[in-house]
Design a protein. Structure first.
Length: 283
């Protein structure tokens, strides 16, 4: 179990995160917030690349900074900018990373074969990565983060640059990896985590806004989401969420405190909730 206890991070006088407390147990956690909200700052503290200005982060009750190498031994990390050698094949790259991580050679060989199978790259394991798509590179990145069979897997914006098919494949992979470990992934793309995250963590105004199941978060907007018929214009006190083409024309999806005339009630989804929560922020 990983717990963040009253963590504040300041860069000089600027407070990026303030008094964050969170507990992570096995499962997938989606860290969802607009760009600049502090996701990377939190992730860098969870990976010991940055230190909290105040507060502590504990793994099973032990301070992760004091655990030092022991903590890094149970951590797998895919940073936002994942550095790889494009003239290397996935197998060669993973062997190289295994040496850096001190994984014993025989164990590494077996593990690399298993991981390449897991991320569906066995067939191209000896091909140079310079020919790979963004999704294939991300899968190599996940494989390197899994080399030590981590109890805690942290992925920073792992779906950036993936096409829709690669996103689906990625979601399935994460789901399969999450059974006996904590997976924390940050994104500002709601659909990437809506179906796989057991808990969604949102940060707003530098503070923890919520950590809850997608269903509970969506319930915040129950009775407030409506579809307006073709030709309607949202009133000033209504928040336009999205547009949808229907047989009768363009339907507008809105959030409103009171049901507008002629509107049809709709079930809130996570995207509605995200847009509603961050309505006054730059998203
Ligand atoms: N080294 C730094 N010095 C000063 N301010 C910083 C530093 N790193 C980040 N910040 C600021 O802290 C805030 C949070 O940044 P952070 O990168 O954690 O956000 P994010 O949610 O990960 O966004 P993105 O997805 O764009 O990376 C931003 O306002 C950013 O400008």
């Amino acid at each position: 179990m990983l717990s963040v206890e009253h963590v504040t991070k300041r860069y000089g006088k600027f407070t990026a995160l303030e008094d964050i407390s969170l507990t992570f147990e096995n499962g997938v956690y989606g860290l969802l917030a607009p760009n600049g909200a502090g996701k990377t700052t939190l992730i860098k503290m969870l990976t010991t690349l940055l230190f909290p200005t105040e507060g502590k982060i504990l793994w099973k009750g032990r301070d992760i900074l004091e655990m030092d190498g022991d903590y890094r031994g149970l951590l797998g990390y895919l940073p936002q900018e994942f550095g790889y050698y494009k003239n290397y094949s996935p197998r060669k790259f993973l062997r190289y990373m295994a040496v850096l991580q001190g994984v014993e050679r025989k164990t590494a060989e077996e593990r690399i074969d298993e991981l390449l199978e897991l991320v569906s790259l066995s067939e191209v394991k000896d091909k140079k990565m310079k020919q790979f798509s963004g999704g294939m590179i991300q899968r190599v990145g996940i494989a390197q983060a899994m080399l030590n069979d981590p109890k805690l897997l942290i992925l920073d914006e792992p779906t950036a640059g993936l096409d829709p098919k690669e996103r689906v494949r990625f979601r399935n992979l994460i789901h399969n990896l999450s059974h006996d470990r904590i997976v924390i992934l940050s994104t500002h793309i709601v659909s990437d985590i809506e179906t796989i995250a057991s808990q969604i963590v949102m940060i707003r105004d530098h503070r923890l806004y919520c950590c809850d199941t997608p269903a509970h978060i969506c319930a915040l907007l129950r009775g407030k989401i409506f579809e307006l018929p073709e030709g309607s214009v949202p009133a000033e006190d209504q928040l336009l969420l999205s547009e949808r083409q229907s047989e009768s024309g363009t339907c507008l999806r809105i959030a409103a405190e009171t049901p507008p005339a002629g509107a049809v009630k709709a079930d809130p989804n996570l995207e509605d909730t995200f847009l509603y929560i961050y309505r006054d922020d730059r998203v």
